[in-house]
Design a protein around this ligand. Structure first.
Ligand SMILES: [Fe+2]
Ligand SMILES: [Fe+2]
Length: 185
């Protein structure tokens, strides 16, 4: 798949504000991967594509996921927006013929992260949560970006602990992968 074709597809199918978020994510992912001497090109590409299914309705996400066996946990059925990574990865592989398995895996799990992530994939995960607009919306994230410049793993732990507390306070569904990551990375 050519990146030019992907970008054309994005502009036909995805709202501009989402494309801009993916572009900002790609840039921060590349920066973080470069700082830590990791695969900045993969981190950038995963960032550029990670939310291509984010604007699908819950019904569509659930329908596509059921049809193609993309559901891993009950929590994903209860909160179908958690499936937008899996569905995005499925579209990239099957409609856009994208073949890089590590990038597809990174996109599949970008909402929660995954304990089997490649080292560079954490740069994409963090960039999604810490790109400039996210920090503007919530200043509490700023110190986590500082941590990320020293250690991606420390920043991932800091972010997950912060988000678990936030979701508990709001009584929102918590995906079991978050606890798994804290145990295993
Ligand atoms: Fe997302
Ligand atoms: Fe995102």
């Amino acid at each position: 798949m050519q990146i030019k074709n992907l970008l054309e597809w994005q502009y036909d199918n995805i709202p501009v504000h989402r494309i801009e978020h993916m572009q900002r994510t790609a840039i921060v992912a590349e920066e973080l991967a470069t700082i830590h001497d990791l695969n900045a090109e993969k981190a950038y590409l995963a960032g550029l594509m990670h939310d291509i299914a984010k604007d699908k309705s819950d019904d569509d996400l659930l329908k596509i996921s059921m049809q193609h066996n993309l559901i891993n946990h009950q929590e994903e059925k209860d909160a179908p927006h958690l499936l937008h990574g899996q569905v995005g990865s499925y579209i990239l592989a099957n409609s856009l013929h994208f073949t890089d398995k590590d990038i597809l895996f990174t996109i599949s799990w970008h909402t929660t992260g995954h304990y089997n992530y490649k080292d560079w994939a954490w740069a994409t995960f963090l960039a999604d949560k810490l790109e400039p607009q996210k920090i503007e919306e919530n200043n509490a994230l700023k110190p986590i970006l500082s941590t990320a410049k020293n250690s991606l793993v420390d920043a991932v732990k800091e972010f997950i602990i912060w988000r678990l507390k936030q979701r508990e306070d709001m009584n929102k569904i918590i995906h079991p992968m978050s606890a798994e990551i804290l145990k295993k990375i």
